[in-house]
Design a protein around this ligand. Sequence first.
Ligand SMILES: C[S@@+](CC[C@H](N)C(=O)[O-])C[C@H]1O[C@@H](n2cnc3c(N)ncnc32)[C@H](O)[C@@H]1O
Length: 264
Amino acid sequence: MSTANIYATPRVVTDLAECQFYHTMDIPGYGVVQGQWDLRHCVDSYLGHVCFTGKRVLDVGCASGFLSLHMERQGAEVVSYDLSENHPWDIVPFAKTDYRQLIEERKNDIRKLNNSYWLNHRAHQSHARVVYGTVYAMPSQIGPVDISVFGNILLHLRDPFLALYNALRLTRSTVIVTDVLSRRDYYKSLFGLLRRPTQRFMPDFRSGKPDDCFWILTPEAIIQFLGVLGFEETVLTYRGQPFRGGPARSFTVVGRRTAGTPEV
Ligand SMILES: C[S@@+](CC[C@H](N)C(=O)[O-])C[C@H]1O[C@@H](n2cnc3c(N)ncnc32)[C@H](O)[C@@H]1O
C-alpha cells in the first residue's frame, strides 16, 4: 500500500463570510450559525443510535462537519471525506443546459462548504482528519475503518451502489445510511407498503430539475445494496427532521457485516 499522504492540510478560516454552512451549528467564538439542516436535536436517531466510542469512522460527505464532530465527541477517531473544489459534483447532464458551467459554478460553493468545515474544526480543536476526493475514487490508503456513515449523500450520486462498494471494502463492521423520502413514500414505507427495492430517477427533462439529485432510494433498495455487500443484518428507523424551516422525512438503515472482510 502506498504511504502517500492522503490527508488534507488543515485550512485556517476565521471569516464566516467565506463559509457556506450545510449544518446549523453552535461554534465557540461565533455562536449559532444557520445551515440548511438542523440535526442538533435528532443526531442520535439520524445516526441510528450506533455507539462510536473507540471506533474508527469514515464520514462520507461530511459537509460542514457536524456529524464528524459529534462522532469524535463520542470517542471516535474520524476520517471526514468530501469533495474539494478540485472534484466535480455529479451535476445531472441535461443536454439542454450548459451543465459543465454548473459544475464550474458549484466549485465556489464547495470551497465555501470546505471552509465551513475548517472553521468549525479549528474552533472545536477537532482532531478529525480530512480526505478530499469523489466517492468513485476513495483511496485505499484510508485503511480499515469500523464504521462508514453515508448521511444524505446517496440521493446526489450518479452511482450510489459504487459509492457504497468503495467505502464498504474498507469497512469492518457497521454502515449507517440516512436518506430522504417524499411524504407519500415515507408513509407508504412506514406502513410496509413500499417493499420493492426501488431506485427512482428524479431528474425530469421537461423541467430541467433537479440538477443536483439523481435518485429516490427506498429503504428496501438500501437494504438490498448493503446485503449484497456483506451487511445483511439491518435495522431500519424513520424520523421527521427540520430542513429549511419545514420537516423532511428521512430514514436510517444501520447494517452490520455478516459476510466478507474488508479488502485493505
Ligand atoms: C447533503 S450533504 C450531507 C451532509 C452530511 N453527510 C449529513 O448527513 O448531514 C452531501 C455531502 O456529500 C458531498 N458529496 C456530494 N457528491 C459527492 C461525491 N461525488 N463525492 C464525495 N462527496 C460528495 C457534498 O459535498 C456534501 O458535503
